[in-house]
Design a protein around this ligand. Structure first.
Ligand code: PLP
Length: 389
């Protein structure tokens, strides 16, 4: 059967590939610790699960409005208005609810990008942006950020990458895979450069905004002059441990753009699952104590993994400030591909090679696993690297 050229060129998600390999080894009876997946290990909080059950009983079993349930859109707009630093007045009509942040980003890229348009992606970056741009026949302009800059795009790098063909810049803070957070100063400097390029759309992926440690992450909606070309993306997956519910969204003040996104979604998926939308609404309107409880656990794990990782020879890393990943540079040990293979083979620990994120010097370890597993994984990793076994 024919597989279209468009699809042939799309890479399989490396984090899923590593998870599958770890799964095969586990099935063969090998005790593998998986640090490859990007999802909270917690159960969805009970009140949210109950809301989902109630939605089933209440008959939320029909198609709904393409852009999302009205009360959920209102709730999302309110939530974004309440984010510290937000300077844009969001309304329900600025929101598109989709099947995870992933589908919202996919939709935004499809809606914005014509063949040949350039999209600036600072790397290391989440695995899917570049493949989504390719699917839209856009040109990925990967800008390699530096360890010394905590893998944040600098204004000089941004200016050098911008051309007359640039249509979009994608920023992600807190970042997957690096855990870096752009400070206000760093964002201000980027926004100052973008002032000279008013046609460039700014897509800000803020999916990890609830999971921050020493400092909080500033939303790009803090920059009101960007309002007519800004897309904010967020969702419930990471903050509320709701990855399988598949609810995420985008917000934009640009009404023609939002209407085009809604047209696309209408042909693509009609609407996000209604029961899951109700559960997401309950997550956003209920007590936020569960978010803080999970954040604190991630913070403790971060302390632990950073302490243990600092004892591993040949690793250097910046302390992650958000999300739940450690992203050590292992170039001194032969690079990310080699080290990821060694760790799976000798330590039975699955990590993702940095090449998946456009940064072959590194590996990504998810610390969304128990402290006991983190201790055991890091013990095995150290032993494999120090003793070669
Ligand atoms: N953006 C980033 C940076 C992510 O890491 C992920 C998930 O791993 C997503 C978006 C997609 O999240 P969702 O589960 O809402 O589709």
């Amino acid at each position: 059967m024919q597989i279209a050229d468009r699809i042939q060129q799309i890479a399989a998600s490396q984090s899923l590939v590593m998870a599958a390999r770890a799964g095969e080894m586990k099935a063969a009876g090998i005790d593998v610790i998986s640090m490859s997946l990007g999802e909270p290990d917690f159960d969805t909080p009970e009140s949210i699960r109950l809301a989902a059950q109630k939605a089933v009983e209440d008959g939320w079993s029909h198609y709904g409005a393409v852009a999302g349930i009205a009360s959920l859109r209102t709730t999302i707009a309110k939530q974004q208005n309440g984010v510290a630093g937000n300077q844009i007045a969001w309304e329900a009509n600025d929101v598109l609810v989709s099947v995870g942040a992933k589908m919202a980003i996919f939709n935004a890229i499809q809606t914005a990008i014509n063949p040949g348009d350039e999209v600036i992606i600072p790397t290391p970056s989440w695995v899917s942006y570049s493949e989504m741009v390719k699917l839209a026949e856009g040109k990925v302009v990967a800008v390699h950020t530096k360890y010394e800059d905590d893998y944040c795009l600098t204004p000089e790098q941004l200016r050098a990458a911008l051309t007359a063909k640039t249509r979009m810049v994608i920023l992600c803070s807190p970042n997957n895979p690096t855990g870096a957070i752009y400070s206000r100063e760093k964002l201000e400097a980027l926004v100052a450069v973008l002032r000279d390029y008013p046609e460039v759309i700014v897509l800000s992926d803020e999916i990890y905004s609830a999971l921050t440690y020493d400092v909080s992450a500033l939303t790009l909606a803090a920059f009101e002059p960007l309002a007519d070309r800004l897309i904010i993306v967020n969702g419930v997956s990471k903050a509320y441990a709701m990855t399988g519910y598949r609810i995420g969204w985008l917000l934009t003040k640009n009404r023609p753009f939002l209407n085009a996104c809604i047209r696309l979604q209408g042909q693509q998926l009609t609407c996000a699952t209604m029961v899951a939308q109700r559960a997401a609404e309950s997550a956003l309107t209920g007590s936020q104590a569960c978010v803080e409880d999970m954040r604190q656990v991630f913070e403790e794990r971060r302390e632990l993994i950073c302490r243990l990782a600092s004892e591993i020879p040949g690793w250097r890393f910046n302390q992650p400030q958000g999300a739940f990943y450690l992203f050590p540079d292992v170039s001194a040990l032969g690079g990310g591909d080699k080290v990821a293979e060694l760790l799976l083979d000798k330590a039975h620990v699955a990590v993702v090679p940095g090449s998946a994120f456009g940064c072959p010097d590194c590996i990504r370890l998810s610390y969304a696993i128990s402290t006991a597993e983190i201790e055991e994984a890091l013990r095995r990793i150290k032993s494999a690297i120090v003793n070669g076994k």
